[in-house]
Unconditional design. Structure first.
Length: 417
């Protein structure tokens, strides 16, 4: 069960002066009370200066088209770790894990180009049968007529196997990859955080890098293969990376391959459970999985925010952003923008334009693995429907204490025999 909702936190969105609202509070997402905060920001102050937060002052950008404007102006709004990185909390000095998501061109373009073959259409086509076989194996093992946690038995099982495939990592040790990912992306102030300081996190990151470097050096001596590590070990722009650079790019694939898909696998079931008419529509027409998948990704919005830093003065919706200012773009708000998306709070599996969401970002930093994530989700729902599984959601999800990942820790369900 979730902790009891802080009533004050829920009503604060309506009662406090706008200048006292801070959407960066992780409790808003942990307690699932973020919606009215952003409804008010979109209505009253779409581009808003938050003067006081635990992360220092920042600009909050809440509307779809404004977020796109920030994303596509990558020369003005930098992602580089050198100016702060991609999260609202600054990258800790001396402990950065730089990778192409935390770079600007030209370095960004060189690294991204090198690894894009891991998720190109040819590679994905080769993976499809393997993903389907594993999905069937996981679904066939699920308990019947007894409660279980969908996150643990389905979402984590499937994403950990996919990570093991991407890295060509021993499948029997796959859950170690999940534990590492959770350590590297958690909010260290969360009650259940697996690491409690940035220093402890960095030590675990280096431990991970040293372990994976063994695979890297081994594969550098062999012919180039399909997996991420082999591609990096042979790539012109990546083969001579330092250990720290290897750490950054491998953690990007680890976290990116884990959390987006894992939380969409759970968030989709929760969305369908809240809108049973949509679940019934899906059962009657399984072909709707094609539009279901982007709706799941929009509805869940696995990444809550991205941060950029202004490199020069810029005017956005009449607000004067200064060089050096921190700018936070809220994907979770853009995906509920009433001006862009019709009935955005409804889970609608046959939207006319379901791909018009911002969960994968825009511009040069658009999610590299979006097609792989969508393929895993589609196969899961195709196979659930083929089996006609009667899945009953027994309680609300337990969310993570985080303002960066919209992550679900527990979703209790029961499948009828």
């Amino acid at each position: 069960m979730n902790a009891p909702v802080d009533v004050d936190l829920k009503t604060r969105a309506h009662t406090l002066p706008l200048d006292e609202l801070d959407p960066s509070d992780p409790r808003l997402y942990y307690e699932d009370v973020w919606q009215p905060y952003f409804e008010r920001f979109r209505r009253e102050a779409p581009v808003h200066r938050v003067k006081d937060s635990p992360y220092g002052p920042y600009w909050s950008v809440a509307k779809y088209k404004d977020i796109i404007q920030v994303e596509v102006n990558h020369k003005i709004f930098s992602s580089s770790d050198e100016v702060g990185g991609i999260m609202i909390n600054d990258a800790p000095k001396g402990m950065e894990r730089t990778s192409f998501i935390r770079m600007d061109p030209p370095e960004h373009d060189e690294q991204r180009r090198e690894v894009s073959s891991t998720v190109n259409p040819v590679t994905l086509a080769k993976m499809e049968d393997l993903i389907r076989t594993r999905t069937n194996m996981v679904l066939d093992k699920l308990p019947r007529n007894e409660p279980f946690n969908w996150v643990e038995h389905v979402s984590i099982e499937l994403t950990s196997m996919m990570l093991a495939t991407l890295f060509d990592y021993p499948i029997d040790d796959k859950l170690r990859l999940i534990r590492w990912s959770d350590m590297f992306i958690c909010d260290i102030n969360a009650p259940d955080a697996p690491v409690k300081s940035e220093e402890e996190r960095f030590a675990k990151q280096m431990e991970f890098a040293e372990y994976m470097n063994g695979f890297w050096e081994e594969r550098a001596k062999k012919p180039k293969s399909f997996d991420v590590i082999s591609i990096l070990a042979h790539g012109d722009a990546t083969k001579n990376m330092t250990l720290r650079q290897k750490m950054g790019v491998l953690i990007l694939f680890l976290v990116g391959g884990n959390d987006t898909t894992r939380n969409s696998m759970t968030g989709g079931l929760w969305g369908l459970a809240q809108f049973p008419d949509q679940f019934q529509k899906l059962r009657e027409n399984p072909g709707l999985t094609t539009s279901l998948i982007p709706e799941i990704v929009r509805w869940q919005t696995p990444v809550i925010h991205m941060r950029r830093t202004a490199t020069e003065d810029f005017e956005l919706r009449g607000q004067q952003i200064k060089a050096g200012d921190k700018v936070v773009i809220w994907y979770i708000s853009g995906n509920r923008d009433e001006e862009q998306i019709e009935n955005p709070n409804q889970f609608i599996i046959d939207r006319a334009r379901p791909r018009e969401h911002m969960s994968f970002g825009f511009g040069i930093h658009r999610c590299l693995g979006n097609r792989l994530a969508e393929m895993q989700l589609k196969i899961l729902w195709d196979e659930v429907l083929r089996r006609d599984l009667k899945i009953e959601v027994l309680d609300k999800p337990v969310y993570a204490y985080s303002n960066f990942l919209h992550a679900i820790r527990n979703l209790p369900v029961r499948i009828a025999a």
